[in-house]
Structure formats: C-alpha cells, structure tokens
Design a protein around this ligand. Structure first.
Ligand code: MN
Length: 230
C-alpha cells in the first residue's frame, strides 16, 4: 500500500488530537465514591500470578434493581449492569450496560451502600466462580472487538455465554445453546446469596439497610426456596 511521503498540516492536527481518557483502571470507580461513607472497598489494581479468572454477579437493589455482571481481567473486574439479570434461555438477549471497572476486592462485597451515596442500596453476591474465554481468545482483544465468548463455572450460571456490543455502552448477554441452557427463570428459582444464603431483605436487616425496599427485590415465591433447616 502506498504511504504518504510527508504529513500535511491537517494530518499533524489529527495526530495531536487529545486521546480519550483511558477507561481502564479504577479512577472512575474511585471518583464516584466517598470511602468515608460507603463500606465498598477502595481497592487497587492487582497483578495476579496466573490462576483461573474470576467472575461474580452481584444483585444490587439500587434506585432500580439490577444484576452487576463482572469478569476479572487485567487486575480489575470488567463490569456490566444487567437490569433483568441473566437468563438461562438462549432465546433471551439481556441488555447489559457497561459500567466502570471495579477492584477485584469488590467481588467480596455483600452489604449495604448507604442511601444518598452512589448506588445506595443492598448488594448480594448472587453468583460467583471462574470463567474461561472460548478458543483462548485474549479478553482485551475481545473487549475491543465487542464480542466475548466464554464459559462460566459458577454455582448458578454455567456453560457457554456471549456478551456482544450493540452500542457505545450497550451490550447483550446471551446464554449459549448447551446442556446448561434452561427455560426456568434462575433469578426467581435461585434468589439467595451464594455466600450467605440470605435474601436481599435479610442482608438489609443484618447490615442496617432499608428492609422494606430490599424486600421488593426478592421474588414473592422466595419462601419456597428457603434452605432446609438443619
Ligand atoms: Mn450496581
């Protein structure tokens, strides 16, 4: 291919254009929060010596209930807010809005963000486990391309999944067609914390949150799924 021999003035101008702010790292995450007021971790970007990559899904009863879907990459948790939560039905395309990177420590957070603070409300660790990119694709390349294909090995979410970008921040989360696909609504059938077996209302009660508001995020049929007493 032919290459221009010398740069015109216009070329120079374009090349000097300001680069958009690097979306990686935790700058945005920290700017949005007052760590004197919220129990969320300030965290830091952490280098990991290999090992499996983690995923976590946090149910978050903020202004609007949503599920935060997070994949570990590059020392942080790449994050998407999924208003309806994940579906095991491959026919469903669940809107997933890309949000700011979170620290890895955030995957350990279950509790209450005070009202008035960013994301105020109850947070539950709804599912967690490890993930693997399909065909060993580099997640950084897939994120740039806007299409991540991976398998999840969680307690509730398993098998093949795809995240595909459809707009600047808009993605779709879609279950792959495999043995773990199902038409049961997993958010209703399995509404409890994978760590503590608590419902949102129970977390709010234990951590001094708004129990009534949190209860609106728990499915009405949740009593049926109460774990057996031992
Ligand atoms: Mn959230």
């Amino acid at each position: 291919m032919a290459r221009a021999k010398k740069k015109t003035r216009a070329d120079k101008k374009t090349s000097r254009k300001k680069k958009p702010k690097d979306p990686r790292g935790l700058e945005t995450y920290r700017e949005m929060r007052d760590f004197g007021k919220t129990p969320e971790p300030a965290g830091k970007v952490r280098a990991k010596d290999g090992g499996p990559l983690l995923f976590v899904v946090q149910k978050h009863d903020a202004t609007r209930l949503h599920y935060d879907f997070r994949l570990e990459w590059d020392g942080v948790l790449k994050s998407w807010a999924v208003p309806k939560g994940p579906s095991l039905n491959p026919k469903d395309r669940r809107l997933a809005v890309r949000t700011e990177d979170h620290p890895l420590e955030y995957g350990e957070f279950e509790g209450v963000i005070p009202e008035g603070e960013y994301g105020g409300g109850t947070v539950m660790i709804w599912d967690e486990g490890t993930y693997e990119m399909l065909d060993d694709v580099d997640p950084a390349v897939a994120l740039k391309k806007g299409e991540l294909r991976f398998t999840l090995d969680g307690r509730k979410l398993k098998g093949r999944w795809t995240l595909v970008r459809t707009g600047p921040q808009k993605w779709l989360l879609i279950k792959g067609r495999d043995m773990s696909a199902d038409t049961t609504d997993v958010t209703v059938a399995q509404p409890r914390s994978v760590r503590t077996k608590r419902l949102l209302a129970e977390i709010a009660r234990d951590e001094g949150g708004d129990v009534e508001k949190a209860a609106t995020g728990d499915p009405a049929v949740s009593k049926a799924s109460r774990p057996a007493k031992r």
